[in-house]
Design a protein around this ligand. Structure first.
Ligand code: DOR
Ligand code: ZN
Length: 412
């Protein structure tokens, strides 16, 4: 029999409780005994399985970079038990068949609640069949990877999404203002003469979408917010009472453009890393609740796609396996964020964004070693891709056991 006993500190982010005790079980049946003592050994943090509303599994179309299987293995290795896949695959996720393939894959160790396209083919012109897609299980709508620049299409999509009670997730990078920029103004950009991404590329997009949110009443979610100005726009929209939310990625929270060591595309993503002031504003936005969610934007790419430095390489970094560590480092250790609030940003708030309840606490959880003291390196990664900037960085916290549907789906 596979029976285990752990000494744990259990945080329930719904009830906001925090208690020590013993977790025992295995094979689909677990129980927590508050106050009990399991003797020696490390006390592990017990929290619900994390939820990521923004991942790219390259399935279908680019399975050399990631498959649903390898993506899901990376997810559970990172402590995630539910992820929302983005529809920028080939073909794009604008059909019931595409959704069925994502949802009905029984072989996966975690759950997928996919998003679907806002526009047909993600081409930014004609609105997709949102009603059909919603009934086929689309958790939200997005053209992620591309901003829906056509205002009429976006307005129509928001009117229809609002009727369906669905949120639209917007990739807020306005392409004209982006003007081919590959990074924000920083040392490396000046050294290499790279085209700069100005913060207006984000603020123009967010401003327009907030206006459409006011007009249509549709819930708007700003993906991977990266600028101080963007955070301020979201804050004032929320003060106005508009249904606007935002997510921040582990990399925009932990890192900034001045950390980029050289022309290494492992640091290239869209939107790019911001200035130290942007990072400060993002952390402040998390601390005051303006930004309620963390999301990885896990974006695997083959080694070939990441060749050629910032001028040529594809945008995006993988993030599922370092997300817990990076956000714990930045927010709990460096900012002193209350542990329960940090947990809510990975659990309660992403679930609420999609309008779903959290699964049962004894069937879906992760145990975290808060003094694991691990140096990140790609050799242990389950993701098929290796594109990320964290190698060599030391992290205190790391997931050690992930349970989904009562079963141990990952153990370190
Ligand atoms: O860096 C990024 N990569 N940002 C996105 O929004 C898309 C993603 C991708 O699909 O590679
Ligand atoms: Zn993305």
């Amino acid at each position: 029999m596979d029976r285990r006993i752990y000494k744990v500190r259990r945080i329930d982010p719904v009830e906001r409780t925090d208690e020590c005790g013993v977790l025992e079980g295995g094979n689909g049946s677990w129980r927590f005994i508050p106050g009990a003592d399991a003797g020696g050994g490390k006390r592990l943090l017990m929290i619900p399985g994390l939820r990521d509303v923004h991942v790219h599994f390259r399935d279908p179309g680019n399975t050399g970079a990631e498959t649903r299987q390898t993506g899901a293995l990376a997810a559970v290795a990172g402590g995630f038990t539910c992820v929302t896949t983005m529809p920028n695959t080939t073909p794009a996720g604008d059909s019931e068949e595409w959704l069925r393939e994502q949802i009905e894959d029984e072989s996966l160790p975690c759950r997928i609640m996919p998003s679907a396209c806002i526009t047909k083919g993600r081409l930014g012109r004609e609105v997709a069949k949102l009603e059909l897609l919603a009934s086929a299980g689309a958790a939200a709508f997005t053209d992620d990877g591309a901003y829906v620049a056509n205002e009429d299409a976006m307005r129509e999509a928001m009117v229809r999404a609002a009727r369906l009670g669905k949120v639209v997730l917007q990739h807020g990078v306005e392409p004209v203002a982006l003007a081919g920029g590959v990074m924000r103004d920083c040392r490396i950009a000046r050294q290499h003469g790279f085209a700069i991404m100005h913060p207006e590329a984000e603020t123009l997009a967010i401003e327009r979408d907030i206006r459409l949110c006011r007009e249509t009443g549709c819930a708007l979610h700003v993906q991977h917010i990266s600028t101080a100005q963007g955070v301020e726009l979201v804050r004032s929209a929320q003060k106005e009472g508009l249904p606007v939310t935002a997510e921040a990625t582990p990399h925009h929270i932990l890192l900034c453009a001045d950390d980029i060591p050289c022309d290494d595309a492992n640091w290239k993503m869209a939107p790019p890393l911001g200035t130290a002031e942007d990072r400060r504003a993002i952390r402040d936005g998390i601390l005051d609740g303006t930004i309620g969610l963390f999301a990885t934007d896990h974006a695997p790419h083959t080694a070939e796609a990441k060749e050629g430095g910032f001028r040529k390489a594809a945008n995006g970094i993988i993030g599922l396996e370092t997300a817990l560590a990076a956000t714990y480092q930045a927010m709990v250790l460096e900012e002193g964020m209350a542990l329960v609030e940090w947990v809510r940003c990975w659990t309660v708030n992403p679930a609420r964004l999609l309008g779903v309840p959290l699964p049962s606490a004894m069937e879906d959880f992760v145990l975290v070693d808060e003094s694991a003291n691990i140096v990140a390196g790609t050799d242990t990664f389950k993701s098929k891709s290796r594109n990320q900037p964290y190698s060599g960085m030391r992290f205190a916290a790391w997931p050690v056991l992930t349970v989904h549907g009562g079963k141990a789906v990952y153990e370190r």
